[in-house]
Ligand binder design. Structure first.
Ligand code: NAD
Length: 240
């Protein structure tokens, strides 16, 4: 493991446009559960599986139940950036990292100071009215009870990509451009099971693909460097 960490340190120091691609595992050290770990959301019991509750059709058919689950399980307002978020923000400032592409919806990369963050699945911090399309801050969801409504009577919807919905095309384009131009791609804290997001890493053309994850992923054999460890600990130690 120490040898791999040393190689990662070296690659980062030589890089001028590294890119980080991450998922829910990046925020578990901030106290936000992921989906697929043993204590993740998929191993807890609800009326319907999380994929169903977090789908476009469920949102419109069972809006009340959606918001009950959403308020209880998707909002972690006290969470703070951990060593992984902070290390990535530092690398961007130092001119090594060109950007972060995240599947997370928690806003913690920006809270840590990262500026170029592509949020593939949106953010809980933004919401909009499904009728008049007005943007609404998270406060409006928090202050409401039951189904949050706009002054115009429309339902407020979190600006997150639900199952059955497509990704924002501009975010996708910017992410592809980052990956295609990367001289180092660090992938971490993601099961690489959610498509199309996971497929993006196929567009990396370089020879320095680093994978940092606690459990095996379908891309392990393609990694040039594989580190089975906690991402906050790993990045915190290679980026002091
Ligand atoms: P996932 O739950 O499918 O996989 C998380 C992966 O991270 C697992 O393989 C796990 O072994 C690994 N992991 C957990 N903690 C880790 C750590 N400290 N260090 C290294 N690895 C760790 O998550 P995913 O791949 O991102 O895909 C699921 C979807 O979950 C995404 O679309 C995302 O939008 C959503 N999600 C987001 C949040 C968030 O915003 N924080 C939380 C839960 C789920």
């Amino acid at each position: 493991m120490e040898e791999a960490m040393q190689a990662l340190r070296q690659w980062i120091s030589e890089s001028r446009c590294a890119v980080f691609f991450g998922g829910a595992g990046v925020s578990t050290e901030s106290g936000i559960p992921d989906f697929r770990s043993v204590d993740g959301l998929y191993h807890q019991k609800y009326d319907a599986p999380p994929e169903t509750i977090l789908s476009h059709s469920y949102f419109y058919r069972h809006t009340d139940s959606f918001f009950r689950f959403y308020r209880e399980k998707m909002l972690y307002l006290d969470a703070a950036p951990n060593d992984a978020h902070l290390a990535l923000a530092k690398l961007e400032q130092q001119g090594h990292l060109a950007g972060v592409i995240t599947q997370n919806i928690d806003g913690l990369h920006q809270a840590a100071g990262s500026r170029n963050v592509q949020e593939l699945h949106g953010s809980v911090l933004r919401n909009y009215c499904t009728r008049c399309h007005r943007f609404a801050p998270l406060g409006e969801i928090l202050q409401s009870e039951g189904v949050p409504k706009c002054a115009c009577g429309g339902i407020l919807k979190p600006d997150v990509v639900l199952y059955e919905e497509s990704l924002d095309s501009r975010t996708l384009e910017r992410s592809l451009e980052l990956i295609e131009n990367a001289d180092l791609l660090i992938v971490g804290g993601t099961s690489l099971a959610v498509y199309p997001a996971a497929g993006l890493i196929r567009y990396y053309r370089g020879s320095r693909l680093v994978l940092i994850n606690l459990s095996p992923t379908p891309y392990d054999r393609e990694a040039d460097l594989l580190i089975a460890g906690k991402i906050g600990q790993v990045l915190g130690s290679v980026v002091p």
